[in-house]
Design a binder for this molecule. Structure first.
Ligand SMILES: NC(=O)c1ccc[n+]([C@@H]2O[C@H](COP(=O)([O-])OP(=O)(O)OC[C@H]3O[C@@H](n4cnc5c(N)ncnc54)[C@H](OP(=O)(O)O)[C@@H]3O)[C@@H](O)[C@H]2O)c1
Length: 332
């Protein structure tokens, strides 16, 4: 944990002068969409800030600033992480994608951070993390949150609600073509949040971590929406009537069977071209978490952290409705 004296050692990056010895921020998982947004946010805030971008694909990113270095790192290769995190003070630990396997991956990252002398970790978790949540994804995040708390490092946890961009591209865009959104989300509700707002929060916290020591934030959009609210907004923005049809867990699994997804997650199955390892058990378990109320969370944390209210779903839909999910980052 940070001691009162070490707290005073933090440098707020917006106050930096070029010649000052500055805090080194490490962004781990640096080629992903959220990482790119946060890197850009930090550089806009303080163009001379010291950043280390750690990624499995160093060739895929440009440094973008005079004090930015790019290093190779992989949560599955602890020996690379030791070197990659060397010299860091703050780590933005972006959760990986390998369901089941990633609890070990994140543990590798936390251990490497400790060895490197990193003082504070900012971690991307998910809303509704608690025992009993059926979402397989939440089970992983819960374990990593426990590991972080046990590490003795100072930390901030961002429990991110479902990305509003996923609601647009993965839920509503296909439903607009079919006229119906069929999911096993029952009559649950959720407060989708734009990645823009998640990135704004992470940027603000990484810039001034001492202000967020030990905080667990629920990063939500500004409205708690029922599934009927979501299809109503989708109908208005996509310009075509979309109905919501709650289906059973088995019906949803059968739909994913019909489009060729494996039913059961296998930690050793090969990732898709996008690096995802989708199996219908993950997706349906996420639906069930909504149905059972685990995503029924609404907080004012985005505004508290950034001073600006998060974007409502309608405005996100208007902005990204014509963009496929994997292109939203580069398009916005
Ligand atoms: N709240 C939500 O709705 C939601 C939805 C989807 C995902 N997520 C979570 O939020 C995270 C950030 O979202 P995003 O949109 O930026 O995802 P993204 O664009 O798909 O990026 C995935 C990130 O995971 C990193 N990663 C995966 N496996 C890794 C490994 N073995 N070692 C190191 N890094 C690894 C990648 O880093 P490199 O490729 O640079 O190594 C990349 O930054 C995701 O990784 C996921 O855990 C949340």
């Amino acid at each position: 944990m940070l001691t009162p004296s070490s707290r005073t050692a933090w440098t707020k990056i917006r106050d930096l002068q070029p010649e000052e010895d500055v805090t080194q921020i490490v962004i781990s998982g640096a080629s992903g969409d959220l990482a790119r947004r946060v890197t850009q946010g930090l550089l806009e805030r303080a163009p001379l800030c010291n950043l280390t971008l750690v990624t499995r694909s160093p060739e895929a990113i440009e440094a973008g600033g005079p004090n930015v270095s790019v290093r190779k790192g992989d949560y599955e290769k602890p020996e690379l992480l030791d070197e990659a995190y060397h010299g860091g003070d703050i780590l933005f630990l972006i959760s990986g994608l390998n369901l089941g396997r990633r609890t070990t991956e994140h543990r590798n990252a936390i251990r490497a951070a400790e060895k490197a002398g990193i003082r504070h970790i900012v971690y991307t978790s998910v809303g509704g993390v608690q025992p009993g949540n059926p979402a397989l994804s939440a089970i992983d995040h819960y374990q990593t949150e426990l590991d972080l708390r046990a590490s003795g490092l100072s930390y901030t946890i961002l429990r991110n609600a479902l990305y509003a961009e996923i609601v647009s591209a993965i839920w509503l865009a296909p439903a607009a073509r079919d006229g119906v959104l069929e999911m096993a989300t029952g009559h649950g509700s959720l407060a989708p949040v734009s990645k823009v707002d998640v990135a704004r929060c992470a940027t603000a916290i990484l810039a001034d971590p001492a202000d967020h020591d030990g905080a667990v934030y629920e990063i939500t959009g500004p409205e708690l929406l029922s599934m009927d609210d979501i299809v109503r907004l989708g109908s208005e923005v996509f310009g075509t009537e979309i109905a919501y049809k709650p289906v059973s867990e088995e019906e949803r699994l059968q739909f994913f069977d019909s489009v060729g997804l494996p039913r059961t997650y296998d930690p050793n199955m090969p990732p898709s071209a996008e690096g995802h390892m989708w199996a219908s058990d993950e997706l349906v378990s996420a639906d069930l978490a909504v149905a059972q109320g685990y995503q029924a969370l609404l907080s004012g944390h985005v505004e508290q952290i950034t001073g600006e209210a998060p974007a409502p779903l309608r405005s996100v839909l208007e902005k990204v409705k014509d963009t496929p999910y994997d292109r939203i980052g580069s398009a916005s």
